[in-house]
Design a protein around this ligand. Structure first.
Ligand code: FES
Ligand code: FES
Length: 179
């Protein structure tokens, strides 16, 4: 079950319910990404993940399933974890987006990232940015989470190589460092 804080996917079909949006249309939007204002030209059907990866070249958020199932694309939108592949970019206009790149703006790993490194929380690493961002949202809201709370917060993220034990240990280690 996905975390309750995770925004449910806005239905792409809604876009096409509007006759005025029946054909691709370009709009400029401004996002606040990792503390910087970014204005990009988008087509209305583009996802936030499209914009982050393809327009802004922030490739930390990964395109795994592109259908809201794996969590590899997790970023924080106004502090809440979302699947960026399922958020229309236009709905992120004017909002704050935090990606994994924003956790180490000067190249210095955050405590959370260092904990993943120390505890071997990533194997192939493809899912790791998503886990890190879900963990970041959890620890921002609850610096001393229980085991059940950690598992619930990460329940929307899948690791295909089954490194869950190391991932949970990484989040526990980060929590110990932060309290
Ligand atoms: S790529 Fe977004 S949930 Fe899988
Ligand atoms: S480390 Fe997560 S899929 Fe491999």
């Amino acid at each position: 079950m996905a975390p309750v804080t995770r925004l449910l996917a806005p239905a792409i079909t809604l876009l096409y319910d509007s006759p005025t949006m029946a054909t691709p249309h370009t709009t400029a939007i401004t996002l606040h990404v990792n503390g910087s204002e970014q204005t990009v030209s988008i087509e209305h059907h583009w996802s936030l993940l499209n914009v982050l990866r393809d327009s802004l070249h922030l490739t930390g958020a990964k395109r795994g399933c592109d259908r809201g199932e794996c969590g590899s694309c997790t970023v924080l939108l106004d502090g809440a974890p979302v699947n960026a592949c399922q958020v229309l970019a236009i709905r992120a206009s004017g909002r704050n987006v935090l990606t994994v790149e924003g956790l180490a703006p000067a190249g210095q790993l955050s405590e959370l990232q260092q904990a993943f490194l120390d505890e071997d929380g990533g194997q192939c690493g493809f899912c790791t940015p998503g886990f890190v961002m879900s963990a970041r949202a959890l620890l921002d809201a609850n610096p001393d989470p229980s085991e059940a709370e950690i598992r619930e917060a990460l329940s929307g993220n899948l690791c295909r190589c089954n490194a869950y034990g190391r991932i949970l240990a990484s989040v526990r280690a980060a929590a110990r460092r932060l309290v």
